[in-house]
Write a protein that binds this ligand. Structure first.
Ligand code: NAD
Length: 463
């Protein structure tokens, strides 16, 4: 979309396309999904290059977290499209006899997707798959903080998809604000809770429904009753890959901090140090395995977390910050003050506080005393602890003995609760996110009940 032109004119064009009915046709939806698949397969290298440029992501990480899951999701949508689009029969009460009802999913219209920079392809295209599958016209605004990815998305979408119905608008806050002033049929937003408030305020003016995918602090419990040393090894591999090996900790579902029984913290730190050395080498900066911090402003935000001397003193590994290269070493901290910013705000970087508790069961109260997380991770074989976590805490999801994998599920909803957002997507949930399930009820004239019509009298009440 050319922002020089009036956004309203562009919107009218998209509305015209939507009204023409073309996006509702199964054939159109299928062809766009197929084209998106071709884009991902044929332009994988362009995507890797953009992610390397913006975030220093290794192609393996880019495939694991972005291209791979997207290819899977498009294929799943193509496989299920007919079933998702099919009307569903529904029951009506005997009072409506003789009648029939069905639920027909219909697209909402022209929808806006605003995405974040940390998984610029995944976070933009995953909801786009749902919006296309459900037959909408779409405007996508990627984040300006990943400029190579944003322009790659704009070029590739323009080349591969139907631009009469699917457009990319590039830009920052001003462009986002301008877009929010339009009347959309849905706004799907991924980003910070501060901007989410602006999104909801703008949406309220037009009673536009919103889906908000936000962040927060995701805790990971490590229960040292893990039965075997193998379990512990695997648990630590998964934790480190989910923290330092996933966009250098700049991930909404990344592990923010660890909770562990005090008696095991020394052992845990020794094991983590050894594993970090194995995964990232003597000099992680040279390893090309850890992504970079997205920009100077986020780098400064992360360095400011160390302004507190008590936080600095809690560092047990790492702590090196190289602003010129936007690089921060994998860093472990032991028991930083709980009222320090590092423990009250989402970290979103390669700093991993380890918080010790007298007993791992205390983690339930610890978690419940804080805003609801997008995810809670627990590494444990303890059935009682698993049960307690599931029933006594609230979060977008709970993953036992792994982290991040909830993102790739087509049949499990992805989304937050409370301050981590609302609305859920991925797989059929993405289709539902951008659909209205319309009830169509058909009644016959065959039978009728005289007592349902006025005038009212007590005799009718007896029936
Ligand atoms: P952000 O809120 O700063 O920006 C998100 C998007 O909103 C960007 O495209 C930006 O240009 C746009 N924007 C910013 N100000 C705007 C305004 N006033 N009006 C309209 N649009 C505006 O967030 P970010 O820094 O890109 O992303 C980091 C946050 O996103 C973290 O909190 C993270 O946890 C969260 N996140 C959540 C998920 C999830 O799936 N739940 C995924 C990735 C990131």
């Amino acid at each position: 979309m050319n922002m020089e032109r009036d956004v309203e004119v562009e919107m009218q064009e998209l509305r015209k396309t939507f009204k023409s009915g073309i996006t509702k046709e199964e054939g159109w939806r299928r062809s766009q999904l197929q084209n998106l698949l071709s884009l991902l397969v044929e332009k994988e290298d362009h995507i890797f290059q953009a992610l390397e440029q913006d975030l220093g992501k290794h192609p393996v990480e880019s495939f694991r977290d972005e291209v791979g899951p997207l290819i899977k999701s498009v294929n799943f949508a193509l496989k299920c499209l007919k079933k998702w689009m099919a009307p569903k029969k529904a029951d009506l009460p005997a009072a409506a006899f003789p009648s029939s009802a069905e639920l027909v999913p219909e697209p909402l219209g022209v929808v806006l997707i605003i995405s974040s920079w940390n998984f610029p392809f995944g976070i933009s295209l995953e909801p786009l798959i749902g919006a296309i599958a459900s037959g909408n016209a779409v405007v996508l605004k990627p984040s300006e903080l990943a400029p190579a990815s944003s322009s790659t998305l704009a070029t590739l979408i323009h080349t591969y998809l139907d631009t009469s119905a699917i457009r990319v608008v590039e830009g920052g806050v001003a462009v986002g604000e301008r877009l929010l002033r339009q009347k959309w049929d849905k706004i799907f937003f991924t980003g910070s809770s501060a901007v989410a408030r602006a999104v909801m305020t703008a949406a309220a003016a037009n009673l536009t429904p919103v889906g908000l995918e936000l962040g927060g602090k995701c805790p990971a419990l490590i229960d040292y009753s893990l039965s075997s040393s193998w379990d512990r090894e695997v648990a630590l591999d998964r934790i480190l890959a989910a923290k330092f090996g996933t966009c250098a900790g700049q991930a909404c579902i990344g592990i923010d901090y660890i909770l562990v029984d005090r008696r095991f913290s020394d052992t845990l730190i020794q094991l983590l140090k050894a594993k970090i050395l194995k995964m990232f080498g003597e000099n992680p900066k040279e390893s090309k395995t850890i992504a970079k911090i997205v920009n100077k402003s986020h780098f400064s935000r992360l360095s400011r977390l160390f302004d507190d001397p008590m936080v600095r003193d809690s560092v047990v590994l790492g702590g090196l910050m190289d602003e010129d290269n936007l690089y921060i070493e994998p860093t472990l901290l032991l028991d930083p003050p709980l009222d320090a910013q590092i423990m009250t705000e989402e970290i979103f970087g390669p700093l991993l506080p380890i918080i010790t508790l007298d007993n791992i069961e205390e983690s339930i109260d610890f978690i419940n005393a804080r805003p609801k997380a997008l995810a809670i991770y627990a590494f444990t074989n303890n059935k009682k602890l698993k049960q307690k976590l599931s029933t006594q805490t609230s979060s977008g999801s709970i993953v036992i003995n792994d982290a991040i994998i909830q993102y790739i599920g087509d049949c499990v909803p992805f989304g937050g609760v409370g301050e981590s957002g609302f609305g859920r997507y991925h797989g059929k949930y993405s289709f539902d996110m951008f659909s209205h399930e319309k009830a169509i009820i058909k009644r016959s004239f065959l039978i009728d009940f005289w007592f349902r019509y006025p005038p009212w009298n007590h005799q009718k009440l007896q029936l």
